[in-house]
Write a protein that binds this ligand. Structure first.
Ligand code: ZN
Length: 255
């Protein structure tokens, strides 16, 4: 019995089934948070070690917010992507194809001056101040505090979206032209690099890389794929043909 199991494991590894990537232990993440990640995201709450001693059921909302933000920072900084075999030609004739930057956390740091956890705002948004600084406003809803603590991939996507509005050149949405999207903010098209596209487009591109080119657990990939599909359907004004090509290329499936 044991030998058969070993054989299966050997065959599996010989076929290159990569192990899932996992988050570090809480104390390791806490150290990263205090020494590195906090200063990159610069949230409007105190820099303190993460609460690692309590079980999740006893954490306060604030303790959860810190942990989930730290997880998002880790996912942005440490996701291992398969960067080989990039498509040769962009889907759009004027586009470019690029792998994600080495650290999406640094990408956010280059664009955003900080996170404001904002209990008053109705919408998650990017705020540009007159002095040129820019902040990402997050709401409790972005943290889904009524559910088991998330791994941070969803929040990471939000941070990418809002940071894109702030820089390096500022970005504003266009009006949605899709069915059932009146009054909503869309991007005009998809994007295959991490610089020039719209906020929805770049966040969806990064999430697509999570789906097909990362080793995060399948349940996380499924959630990311759901988000990408939603963005394609309701937030990108591009033709179905182009969006479908994007899905085939980056999700490995049609829309
Ligand atoms: Zn936006």
């Amino acid at each position: 019995m044991k030998r058969a199991l070993l054989f299966i494991l050997l065959v599996a590894s010989a076929h290159g089934y990569a192990e899932d990537q996992t988050l570090p232990a809480c104390d390791v993440l806490s150290e990263l948070w205090v020494t590195k990640y906090y200063d990159k995201l610069y949230p409007n709450w105190e820099k303190e070690p993460l609460e690692c001693a309590k079980p999740e059921s006893e954490l306060t909302s604030w303790e959860k917010v810190s942990i989930i933000t730290a997880r998002a920072a880790y996912v942005l900084d440490q996701t291992i992507f398969d960067r080989t075999n990039l498509p040769a030609e962009p889907i759009l004739y004027y586009g470019e194809i690029k792998a994600p930057p080495a650290s999406m956390l640094d990408w956010i740091y280059d664009r955003s001056d900080g996170i404001v956890y904002d209990l008053k705002t109705k919408n998650t948004h990017a705020e540009r101040k007159r002095n040129g600084t820019g902040y990402v406003h997050l709401r409790p809803e972005d943290y889904h505090l009524d559910q088991p603590m998330e791994m941070g991939i969803g929040l990471a996507g939000q941070l990418i979206h809002e940071s894109r509005h702030l820089g390096l050149t500022k970005y504003d949405h266009v009006k949605c032209k899709l069915p059932d999207t009146e009054g909503k903010n869309c991007d005009s098209t998809i994007n295959e690099d991490f610089e020039t596209g719209g906020s929805h487009a770049i966040a969806a591109l990064w999430l697509s890389w999570i789906v097909t080119r990362s080793n995060w657990p399948q349940v996380e990939k499924n959630k990311a794929e759901e988000t990408v599909r939603w963005v394609m359907e309701f937030r990108i004004n591009e033709s179905f043909e182009i969006k479908n090509e994007f899905a085939l290329r980056y999700l490995g499936k049609p829309l």
